[in-house]
Design a protein around this ligand. Structure first.
Ligand code: AMP
Length: 405
């Protein structure tokens, strides 16, 4: 991580450094929660994640407005993507009434903003019911920002997006700060990329190498060991001339994969690939599976998880690490028969006594699925945002915030 990047982030004002009493405070939260077919919230982690900031504002008698997007409503009101169920859940968690408005701009919102008292909370309807949110429409931004004294970014997962509620509003209000959730994310990732304790082990999985090339390159500047799993492992193995059957391979990335392995070797970094694999003809529930070493992957079969010997090898490295970063599952973990590798790695990360950071939707989902969330130092709320952070890309939703003077 370039030092200037660290300097830019560390200069940003945080919520606990400003006076909020009586002020109209607009908090951009991330309430993009999963819903089932009946519109019930299946996981309220994101709502719970916003509570430290919301409670702080309540205790300090701010007049609070919360806003978020939910899903992809295609620029028009969509009943199934209403934030109303979130207002109910938030009200239950806080034990107080949430004033819910049926739109995020317009007369009802303007009138409610005027009436809201210190210690009261308004939740606006889904920001993406208007095209203005993703299109940075100035009129839309001006309406959202009208009357607001303070803007708080507490939506880390959307901080890599240059959109109205993230980067537009801060340009119209006197002070913009990080909320507690965003501050925590920044601190953990800055620590990970600027002063990691050694040995630093990075575990990368998921489907494709192409999505992870830049991350691997950046991590090579910092880590001692890289452990590769998931579909992306087979492009590396293919580059090493293994016959990988019908496993996922990106033929146009073979050179890049070889280049990354060469770079790791030049830098003296351990770059490990699976040594054995769980293979099957397809991913069906009833399909027969087998465990084979790399040189024995049958021609019409696919490698869909890392095997037990790889698990042992990787777990040993992870347990001995002082810093671990994990992104991406080790196999097709959505299916029980290809879940073992991801589960074992999740357990090893949980057992690691050093600092553990897990980023990316699927690896976080795996940690939650296995009930290991309390054993991880930091579970990031932002998949895309955390990967961009590690690559050293400045997140526009954070850079736009006010600097400490
Ligand atoms: P990503 O979004 O890149 O983190 O990839 C996550 C997806 O990769 C998950 O849906 C997994 O099912 C899939 N995946 C993991 N391992 C494999 C594999 N060996 N073959 C095919 N897909 C995989």
């Amino acid at each position: 991580m370039a030092e200037d990047l660290k300097e830019i982030y560390e200069k940003k004002l945080n919520l606990d450094e400003i006076e909020v009493e009586g002020k109209l405070v607009f908090v951009r939260v991330d309430y993009n929660v999963p819903l089932d077919d009946n519109g019930s919230i299946t996981d309220d982690t994101r709502i719970v994640g916003s509570l430290p900031t919301v409670r702080y504002l309540l205790e300090h008698k701010a007049r609070i407005i919360l806003a978020s997007h939910l899903g992809r409503p295609k620029d028009k009101p969509t009943l199934a993507l209403s934030l109303k169920p979130v207002a109910i859940r938030l009200g239950e968690l806080l034990g107080q009434e949430i004033i819910f408005t049926n739109d995020c701009i317009g007369e009802e919102v303007a009138a409610t903003k005027k009436k809201v008292q210190p210690g009261q909370i308004i939740l606006l309807e889904n920001l993406r019911f208007h095209s203005g949110e993703t299109k940075n429409n100035e009129q839309f931004i001006a309406e959202l920002a009208a009357g607001i004294d303070i803007f708080v970014n507490d939506a880390f997962g959307t901080s890599h997006r240059d959109q109205s509620s993230m980067t537009g509003i801060p340009r119209h209000v006197p002070v913009s700060v990080t909320g507690f959730l965003v501050k925590r994310e920044i601190d953990h990732f800055l620590d990970l990329m600027s002063a990691p304790q050694k040995p630093f082990v990075a575990i990368l999985g998921g489907a494709k190498v192409s999505d992870k090339i830049k991350i691997i390159q950046k991590l090579l500047e910092r880590v001692d060991t890289i452990l590769i799993g998931g579909g992306m492992a087979y492009t590396f193995l293919k580059a090493l001339k293994y016959e990988v059957g019908n496993s996922l391979v990106e033929p146009e990335r073979l050179d890049v994969a070889q280049g990354l392995m060469d770079e790791a070797k030049d830098l003296g970094i351990e770059f490990l690939l699976p040594v054995d694999n769980v293979v099957a003809k397809k991913t069906d529930d009833e399909v027969k599976t087998s465990i084979v070493r790399n040189e024995n992957i049958p021609s019409s079969w696919m490698a869909l998880d890392i095997g037990p010997e790889t698990v042992r090898l990787y777990s040993d490295k992870i347990r001995k690490a002082k810093t671990v970063f994990w992104n991406g599952p080790m196999g097709v973990f959505e299916k029980e028969q290809f879940q073992g590798g991801t589960l074992a790695i999740a357990k090893a990360v949980a057992e690691c006594k050093g600092k553990s950071v897990v980023g990316g939707g699927d690896s976080v989902a795996a940690i939650n699925m296995f009930g290991l969330e309390k054993k991880i130092t930091h579970l990031s709320t932002g998949g895309g945002a955390s990967l961009e952070f590690i690559q050293g890309i400045l997140l526009p939703g954070i850079t736009v915030l006010s600097d400490r003077t």
